[in-house]
Design a protein around this ligand. Sequence first.
Ligand code: ADP
Ligand code: MG
Length: 376
Amino acid sequence: MHSLASKFQALFGVEPEIVASAPGRVNLIGEHVDFLDGFVLPFAISDVTTVAIARNSTGVIRSASLQKEGVINTVDVARLSPKSGEAWTRYPIGVLWSLEINCGLDILIDGQVPLGAGLSSSAALECAMATAINELFDLKLSLSQLARAAQRAENIYVGMPCGIMDQSVSLLATQGNALLLDTRDLSTEQIPFDIAPLGLELLVIDTQVHHALVDGGYAERRASCEKAVADLGIASLRDISVAEFVSRKSELDEKTYIRAFHGVTEMQRVLDAVALLKAGDFVGFGEIVTAAHISLRDNYTVSCPELNLAADTANKFGALGARMIGGGFGGSAIALIKAKDSELIKSEISSAFMASKFKSPRFFSALPSSGASVIN
Ligand code: ADP
Ligand code: MG
């Protein structure tokens, strides 16, 4: 029996009918372009969130998480309403709401994906739920339908306006591959990223800081990209090449140009990165990852001293490439490193953080793993 099944039995007094799990993710490249019809290239990590579920005949959803002291939360299945209930329960219950399940359930969650470290523990939880429910109720939904249902749960029930990248990769990932996702039409392609046999690994450096935005932040940056589209009279930044964009620089004000320049070049970097991975050129790939960091730092201006120090120190001590990931102004950075350098790079980053009087970073290592699955 899965260890979660015995904990489920101890908590609810019955055996679970289904156990399923889904992974967190890392996005290799394609940052701040999901709202521009751009490409993203995430992979699923080996850390998963597991859910165990059984139906009950009480009309009540009872949910508990080992990461939330295993306390049982209850809600009447007839009274589900977006943005209600204890915050963490909105993720699993939002999926039930999204899939229109109206049956009492007992749910126990165990997440190994670190919460709030930029590895998408939220999508892991939603996708484990969606996978379990699809099987338990024989819904016969496709993986992309499940991804959309999980995204709807997060957008509406939780109230977080995320894109569909995290849910797509948590469901569709295959071992040893990254997933190229075109956010314009949601088409996907598996891209070889089998780094373990090459002695490589992806190091995640969680700076554990979150700086407040001083100047209006993300909305303002997004508005700059939208202004560039309007001023250039194009449908999307996706539709203009880097060369043409540069040649039309005089049509844009400076701030609009430099922010949109990040978007246009980042989309091209994803395509270049994919071509290099297909050719097995991990050195060239690493250089593009670092180029993405420089653009996020200097053009899109969403980095911060901690993220820059993490990326720069990793590169200084042998990383093939490193960059900040996610929204910016804190959160995590990634570095593609030789596994043998892992201890050195981690200790150099820790020392550099200490010397700068930054908070101690946390480290995780990630290898491209498979997507959600039913365990039993
Ligand atoms: P990230 O997805 O980057 O980890 P988010 O803020 O999007 O960060 O999602 C984290 C939230 O998801 C947690 O604060 C919690 O509400 C919920 N969550 C994720 N995993 C679990 C878990 N194992 N148990 C309970 N809640 C979880
Ligand atoms: Mg999340």
